[in-house]
Structure formats: C-alpha cells, structure tokens
Design a protein around this ligand. Sequence first.
Ligand SMILES: Nc1ncnc2c1ncn2[C@@H]1O[C@H](COP(=O)(O)OP(=O)(O)OP(=O)(O)O)[C@@H](O)[C@H]1O
Ligand SMILES: [Mg+2]
Length: 382
Amino acid sequence: MAQTLAIAQLTLTDFRNYAALRVQPGARLVVLAGANGAGKTNLLEAVSLLSPGRGLRRAPFCELARQGGPDRWAVAAHTEGPHGLISLGTGWTGDNGETGEGASRQVSIDGVRQKSSGTLGGYFNVLWLTPSMDRLFSGPASDRRRFLDRLVMAFDPAHGARVGSFERLMRERNRLLEGARPDAAWVGSVETQMAEVGVAVAAGRAQAFAALAERIHRHDDETSGFPWPDIHLDGELEALLAASSAVDVEDQYRRMLSDSRGADAAAGRTLNGPHRSDLVVHHGPKGVPAKQCSTGEQKALLVATVLAHARLIKSLEAGTAPVLLLDEIAAHLDEMRRVALFEVLEELQAQVWMTGTDEGLFAPLQGRAEFYRVEDGALAHA
Ligand SMILES: Nc1ncnc2c1ncn2[C@@H]1O[C@H](COP(=O)(O)OP(=O)(O)OP(=O)(O)O)[C@@H](O)[C@H]1O
Ligand SMILES: [Mg+2]
C-alpha cells in the first residue's frame, strides 16, 4: 500500500475565488505561483479543510462561499495513503439555516456523512505554515497552543476533539460560576469532566512533545541553515504528569478547580488548566528566546520545528509524513535556507503544496516539482 499520504485529485466548487477547479497533482512537490490575490492561499485553505477544525484561516464557514455565487461551497478530494484510496468531502450550504459565525460544515468520508469534522483526522494529516504564523513566537500563547495541538493530532487524531470538549466544559463552568448561586453539585460534575478531559489533553501533549523534543535534541537530522529549535512545554498539568499518574493528576486538578471557584468567578475565567499551557521556543545554537530572533530566524525555527515533526511522524512504525502546506514559504528565507528546505522536503517524501508570488524562488525545484500558475481562481501548468 502507498505510504505517502497525498491528494490525487482536488475539486473546489464555489470556494472563495474558485467557481470550479479540479487539480490532479502529478508530483509530490507542488508549486503554486501567482500574483497577490490570485487564489494561492485560498487553495491551501481548501486543502486544510480536509482535516478537523476550521482550516488555516479559521474563517467562519459562511465566508468561504464565492461572492456572487450560490450560498454554498464544497471541497472534495481523492487521497492515497496508508488507508488506501479514500474520498473526503466537506462543504457548507447557507440554506440549512446555519449562516452565522458558528455555522458548522458537512463532512463525508467515502460518501458516508460524518457527525463532525473530527473523524477526518484519522484519514488526513496535514500541517501548515502561513505568513500569519510568522508572529507565532511573539504573539499570544493561544496561537502556539493551537500549533502544538495540531502537532499532537498527528499522533492522536482524537486529540482535537478532546481539546474542543475541554473548552466547551470550561465555558459551561465559567457560565455557571457567573450565576448568583451556582449549583455546587452541577459545577462539581462539570469539574470532574474537565479534570478527566483536561488531563487527557495534557497527557497527549506531553507525550507528543517528549517524542518531538527527543528527536530534535538528538540533532541527527539537522538541516544545514536551519537552527535547531530548543522547545519546552510550559504547562501545569503537563508538569504534574511527569511526576504522578494520570489518575492522581485528575484528582489534583479537580481539587484545584473546586478550590478556585471563588477566584475564577471573580476573574470571569478559569485560571488553571491545559488552556494556559504554552510552547516555549529558543533558538538552540544562540540560546535566545525565539521572539527575540530576527524575522528570518523565527521563520527558520518554525520551519525546523515542522520538519522535525514531519520526520518524526514518518519515522514512527508505518508512519506516513503529513501533507504540508507551506504558504509564502520562500519569503524571509535566504537562498541557502531555501535550497536546504527543498532538499529536506524531497527526502521527506511528503506531499507538499508551496506557494509564492515569484516562481523564480523555486528554481532549484525545476524538474522535481509540478509548477502551476494561479490566476483569478484558475490553475495552469507553468
Ligand atoms: N468568498 C470569496 N469569494 C470570492 N472571492 C474571495 C472570497 N474570499 C476571498 N476572496 C478573494 O480571493 C482572492 C485571492 O485570495 P488569496 O488569499 O488566495 O490570494 P493569494 O494568491 O494567496 O495572494 P497573496 O500573494 O497576496 O497572498 C482575494 O482577492 C480575495 O478578495
Ligand atoms: Mg496568500
């Protein structure tokens, strides 16, 4: 069976600036070049929606419908990978009454309608780097947590759903605590569930993180030009798990929640838990925090983290590298780093979708990648 996970055919219907598009990538490495506004990121966004969650822009689903088109959109793909040939489909229609920010999308796997997008994680593993992530190290911890949770999902597709249910439980507890006389038994039952799911989330992170850190710190696949990222997982439950069993940490966290009802009610939020964890990154060779590094160095650290992760996933038993979406990847990388990146991508044997405004930046990939020119929501072979 094919070990590379790849999209063999991608179809977009009324998705952003694409009325109708069908692509059948013939190579593992795909380069999409085109002017600003041509539709490069839109295409990567469509691919990202084949995985659980809201896609790489986290945009409301109603915004994805093509302006001037019908109030609906669809993305479909035939994928090849360790599960054989699978067809994945997702879409949204405005006429089912769900039109606001919180509207959900439909998902099908091999034609079978799914209850949520979560099950996609069992079939399609994808990681992305976009220009908005250039500020990952200097921006809010929530972005780094989301980035980390994506990495964890490659180990455990159910992780995303657990993160989602923890957040729902936490919002429920916060709402209950806002009330004048919260029902203690009800709050207690929500806290019990929060402890169970929260510790599972922390354990998933701790495990995936440990594997990634070990891989990086071995330095045996260091890529010339890319600094090694010195990564730390900063989280209360994750730290407790290093010393105690999951059951004990659940007990501790449940007590912590119960003891902090007053403080949490006063703060209007839950002060402790896995929703406060952070991925702390330093520039390994220089020993300085990533946020103090130059724009290009930060980008290189981010790329190095994703590459280490992709190699790790691939090296695990029967592992398959995730599909990579690298938006504007050539920006901020000097020529040496670009060439180094292309080498690693080729060696990784992952399907990689790369974009750039300037095709010339991908020149070293001539003959090794499939080049498309993107223009006004259409693709042509370059
Ligand atoms: N729902 C929509 N319907 C139609 N067009 C849309 C929709 N949403 C976004 N667009 C348009 O899609 C165009 C392409 O966007 P996209 O972000 O993919 O461009 P890009 O090729 O990545 O450009 P850049 O090089 O600037 O990053 C933009 O002009 C945007 O206005
Ligand atoms: Mg773009």
